[in-house]
Design a protein around this ligand. Sequence first.
Ligand SMILES: Nc1ncnc2c1ncn2[C@@H]1O[C@H](COP(=O)(O)OP(=O)(O)OP(=O)(O)O)[C@@H](O)[C@H]1O
Ligand SMILES: [Mg+2]
Length: 454
Amino acid sequence: MKAKDQTERPRIAVVDDEPIACRQIKRGLGQNRYTIETFGDGESVLKRMGAVFFELVICDLRLPGLSGLEVLREAKNRHPQTEIIVMTGYGSVDTAVEAIHGGAFHYIAKPIKIAELRSLAERALEKVKLVREKERLTKALFSQSRQQYLIGHSPAMQQVMELVKKVCSLNCNVLIQGESGTGKELAARALHFLGVRRERPFVSFNCGGFAEDLIANELFGHERGAFTGAVDTKIGLLEAAHRGTIFLDEIGAMPPSMQVKLLRFVQERSLNRVGGIKPIPLDVRLIAASNQDLKAAVAGGHFREDLFYRLNVVLIGLPPLRDRKDDIPLLVQHFLKRYSLQFGKAVSAVEPEAIEILQRYPFPGNVRELENIIERAVALTNREIIGPRDFPEDLQQLSISSIESGHWPTLAQREKEYIQRVLIRTGGGKTAAAEILKIPRTTLWRKMKRLGLK
Ligand SMILES: Nc1ncnc2c1ncn2[C@@H]1O[C@H](COP(=O)(O)OP(=O)(O)OP(=O)(O)O)[C@@H](O)[C@H]1O
Ligand SMILES: [Mg+2]
């Protein structure tokens, strides 16, 4: 507790070549309210400012080496949020005025009256706090508006959005299903940030690829000494999500014994940390996502039926992009704006032929793949309008003009390119690729062999 208090205290640097003056100021300001460090010259304080953030620097104008004005200029340049109070000797009013013009918060004449310095410091710190708070809020708003925006005017997406609006402020569990890249996480964030829990934490956890012990440890935390290496008590993600939302991605990949533990949590709304005896009651909204049909996994005996019904109170199904091609132009505009802004470019439109190509492409990687294609095109182009030439080669071949100019690819070529693309998407994973292609794994294997992909 003590350590935390200390890190939350405002940090002040006092710069004066007279150690006595530094000590007096340090004592005068009250060391239990602030973390105060003292420096004998400008170079050392600037160096330290590169490592930690100081809310306030109180700096003498007359210093050995760099002058106070130089320190002020450099500090303001590198750390605009830090406020600076300069200390001036008798008769150096002009320099004090110059300091104010250079961005100092205020000046104070020597010999220092500590009450005056204290009140100046308080005002400066208040200003820093407000500026930082404003910046934090702007950032949070920006990232939220980025996160909660589900784009799409196709009837299928409209239905999804209606459902999101309807259930966002309820406490019921939600299961989101959809192929990879269809926007499951985005939908989960929308549910959280549009709902009454928006001010509370949104905690995301991917259940895929972790050993059971690790998942238990992450989700439930542990008590000190629960196992070798558990030196401290650790709060799990479910506890961290108290009053907020936990998003469990790839829930289908959760090992059976963890499914039991999760079921207990969902039923009792309390948990025991690993090695803990006392149940901890929690208020957490649960959103789970799966890119496989969870009901089929239940039928196949891979997922607990009782847990499935607990999670599946409301089901949001995200349609694959190839089933809502009407949304492509809108999504393209959305990503165009995002990446133009991000890369500082003025790309404003996409040629109709390029849109046609996109509408002909089946998007095995769904919206994420479309986003990647646009991101890449914006990054590479020198023009303001994106055309087919800015797309990867296999996409360019979908262009009518390339077909009309006599370059008719064979079916085998097309098949090969498409399988390659899917394999890239799955990172070489054949089981996942076969799933996307809706063919048995053995068929995929045979095709790859025939097409020279092995
Ligand atoms: N309807 C949409 N509007 C805007 N952006 C979207 C939409 N759907 C998906 N995206 C974007 O596509 C990318 C992939 O979305 P997201 O991560 O939510 O997919 P996912 O279904 O969770 O994928 P995976 O199963 O691979 O984890 C994200 O960058 C997201 O912002
Ligand atoms: Mg996801």
